[in-house]
Design a protein around this ligand. Structure first.
Ligand code: FES
Length: 572
């Protein structure tokens, strides 16, 4: 029998003093007695359920499965609701609030009598936010992903959330999709509870959290509404009790090597560019230096093996049936650090050992990859001295080496107002530029990076165009979109100085993004450039504005990097 006095919660409930008397008596006031909690690990279930987070609608009941697992293993479950970041409903963007959920997660864990935690998240930003908080709090934590939606069907087509919305919207704008078809697609494209079932940001971050070692084996791909997902929830609850006794803290799991595994996983899935921002921020919490150049170096030697939309053909349910993340990682075993610790108690190498590929169309073999190198590339040049990114495998190949005249939109409102103007001076060679879309300027770096193709080009059959911005792009999006330009235009990055007609050169092979304007002309424009007035004078917006870092630094708040020396203030 482990020694209960070693538990963190013992400091709340064990001593014979007035404060501990108060803690115990208030639990008893809820109808609990010593049998419920004394000497048992207290496991917090951080639940990001909300009526406005459609991806987590099953969490309202799934939490009972987690609770069952904790009870089975002899723990005491306590559910603590935390901020729910539902991608579809929040404005200006959930990214604006990622750091707020990270702060809440950290502080909720720190201030309560918690020995371990199950983190219930899934919709895009909830994954990095909860893991960032857990890494900073450094309290044993297991991540329980929401799981993807089931595949959607329309007529005889399989639909992928996000990706097919963009695709069919383009057809509708081009006049080739009728009202009835559009309405039918609206009815069936989101088929169940769960996260977007393409390899968008949610799926990428779930796979990343599994590779990083924060989930049970195979957790990332289990569809939200199948029986296996309930069993995952129960098993996660049981395992949370064990990691409390083992004191298996995030600092024993997260390391430079485990982050390299995570980066390779994001790359081999052909995953979302958003993973770059989130992984840099998460690494910062763990005291690991991870840079854009690390992504680019690993990208050059990591094949894309998962044939998943938006870059490929299949959906998350197919990946689950094909063997999931363990089978995928087993294919690139030679590229991974296999000795990394996982929350399941084994090494990553043990966790994936022998995981077989069931469908080699979904998880391709090494000799038949979707792409021999990673789909995400880091570009630099005089337009992006801090770096920028492009998901080359999701772009039309003809645009990966392209020079064209800029067409500049000052902000999103300007883009919306003019993009479908029949007189817009745009051709298939144009390079569309959007500014005021970065972490400070937008604010929150929304997913505006897949600028809409102007209607007049859609009608001509054009479906891709070089687009450059300081925004992010949804993981379900696609196109020749250069994203995350740093520093952003709002703070005076070179994007702020571009004018219509300037020639911009994109060369993905040589990782080059060049603005063909002389140094003298750039200096002249800079001398005339005036920063805009700040957006916020108070509140969370002010905190965000004053402390958010640029995209190449992960957009974390400058004062949140690393972890605090104490897991909670030892003051009564
Ligand atoms: Fe929640 Fe896509 S909207 S994962």
């Amino acid at each position: 029998m482990p020694d209960p006095s070693t538990l963190r919660s013992h400091r709340w409930f064990g001593p014979d003093d007035l404060r501990s008397f108060g803690h115990r008596s208030r639990l008893k006031g809820m109808g609990l007695d010593d049998e419920d909690y004394r000497g048992k690990p207290i496991v917090a279930i951080l639940n990001t359920w909300s009526d406005l987070n459609t991806c987590h609608s099953h969490f309202k009941t799934r939490v009972e499965d987690v609770r069952r697992g904790i009870l089975q293993a002899g723990g005491f479950p306590v559910e603590i609701p935390v901020m729910s970041l539902g991608e579809m409903m929040m404005k200006p963007t959930t990214m604006f609030y990622r750091n707020l959920l990270a702060m809440e997660t950290e502080e909720v864990l720190r201030c309560h009598p918690v020995d371990a935690a199950v983190l219930m998240g899934g919709c895009d930003k909830t994954v990095p936010a909860m893991l960032m908080g857990a890494l900073s709090a450094d309290i044993p934590s297991i991540f329980m992903p929401a799981g993807p939606m089931l595949k959607a069907r329309w007529k005889n087509e399989t639909l992928g959330s996000g990706s097919d919305s963009w695709k069919f919207w383009a057809e509708r704008c081009a006049g080739s999709l009728c009202d009835r078809d559009w309405f039918e697609i609206e009815n069936c494209i989101a088929r169940s509870a769960g996260t977007c079932m393409t390899m968008g940001t949610a799926s990428t971050m779930a796979a990343v959290s599994e590779a990083l070692g924060f989930t049970l084996p195979g957790a990332a791909c289990i569809p939200a509404v199948v029986a296996e997902h309930s069993r995952l929830a129960v098993a996660s609850g049981r395992r949370a009790v064990a990691i409390a006794w083992e004191n298996l803290r995030p600092s024993r799991i997260a390391s430079r090597k485990s982050f390299e595994n995570a980066v390779r996983t994001a790359l081999t899935t052909g995953g979302s560019t958003n993973a770059i921002v989130h992984l840099i921020a998460m690494a910062g919490r763990a005291g690991v230096e991870l840079t854009l150049d690390d992504f680019d170096a690993l990208s050059r030697e990591t094949p894309v093996l998962a044939d998943l939309r938006p870059a490929g053909r299949f959906l998350m349910e197919d990946l689950f049936n094909a063997g999931g993340v363990p089978a995928l990682l087993e294919q690139i075993r030679h590229l991974l650090h296999l000795d990394c610790q996982t929350v399941g108690g084994m090494s990553l190498g043990e966790q994936i050992a022998g995981a077989g590929v069931i469908d080699s169309e979904v998880i391709r073999p090494l000799d038949r990859p979707v792409s021999p190198t990673g789909g995400t590339c880091v570009l630099r040049g005089n337009l992006a001295p801090g770096g920028s990114v492009i998901k080359g495998i999701a772009a039309e190949p003809r645009l990966l080496k392209h020079t064209g005249p800029a067409l500049v939109f000052d902000d999103y409102a300007d883009l919306k107002a003019r993009v479908n103007d029949p007189d817009l001076p745009v051709t298939a060679d144009t390079v569309m530029v959007l500014r005021t879309a970065g972490p400070v300027g937008a604010p929150g770096m929304p997913e505006w990076g897949m600028l809409p193709i102007p209607k007049k080009l859609l009608e001509q059959g054009v479906r891709d165009l070089v687009r450059i911005s300081d925004a992010r792009m949804s993981g379900t999006s696609y196109g020749a979109c250069v994203l995350h330009v740093a520093p952003e235009s709002w703070v005076g990055g070179p994007l702020a100085l571009v004018e219509d007609g300037d020639l911009i050169e994109l060369d993905v092979e040589s990782r080059r993004l060049h603005w063909h304007v002389s140094d003298e002309e750039a200096a002249r424009r800079r001398a005339n450039w005036k920063p805009r007035a700040s957006r916020f004078e108070r509140g969370y917006g002010k905190l965000h504005q004053d402390h958010v870092s640029q995209a190449d630094q992960g957009c974390d708040f400058d004062f949140l990097r690393g972890r605090s020396p104490e897991s909670e203030p030892d003051i009564h």
